[in-house]
Design a protein around this ligand. Structure first.
Ligand code: SF4
Ligand code: SF4
Length: 126
């Protein structure tokens, strides 16, 4: 995938225009997942603007809980949570990060909270 193709895919899937981002950082400052992210939402937006495919391999897009705080704070009206979802979707369509029921051990299934399992399947299936 070329740089242009990646950025266009994010735009198409999310319905958001990443080029509206002015790098103010308000999304990052309020992000509830920032403590466990390797790249803050503002940085994610920057890499998308540059068409840098590294943005698809970062941990942050999987740590995002879709809490919508960033979306509510963005002065440019960008729904960043949708952008994060688009990045996950691109990965899942490539076959990366997909959670398959048959890959889960019975002991794990017996212990994991049902809500966590439901949430994981919602997020990790294309
Ligand atoms: S939706 Fe995701 S990126 Fe935005 S503030 Fe919440 S955890 Fe952070
Ligand atoms: S709040 Fe909006 S404009 Fe500011 S850095 Fe985040 S995405 Fe960009």
């Amino acid at each position: 995938m070329t740089r242009v193709e990646m950025t266009l895919q994010v735009k198409e899937i999310s319905g958001q225009n990443p080029f509206l981002c002015m790098q103010c950082g308000l999304c990052s400052a309020g992000c509830t997942g920032r403590g466990i992210m390797d790249m803050l939402p503002r940085q994610v937006m920057r890499l998308i603007q540059f068409g840098n495919a590294q943005v698809l391999d970062n941990r942050s897009i999987w740590m995002c809980t879709t809490c919508l705080t960033c979306t509510a704070r963005c002065p440019r009206g960008i729904d960043i949570a949708r952008v994060m979802e688009a990045l996950r979707t691109i990965n899942l369509r490539r076959g990366d990060g997909v959670l398959a029921p048959e890959d889960l051990a019975a002991e794990f299934l017996a212990e994991i909270p049902q809500m966590a399992l439901t949430s994981a399947f919602r997020k990790l299936s294309a």
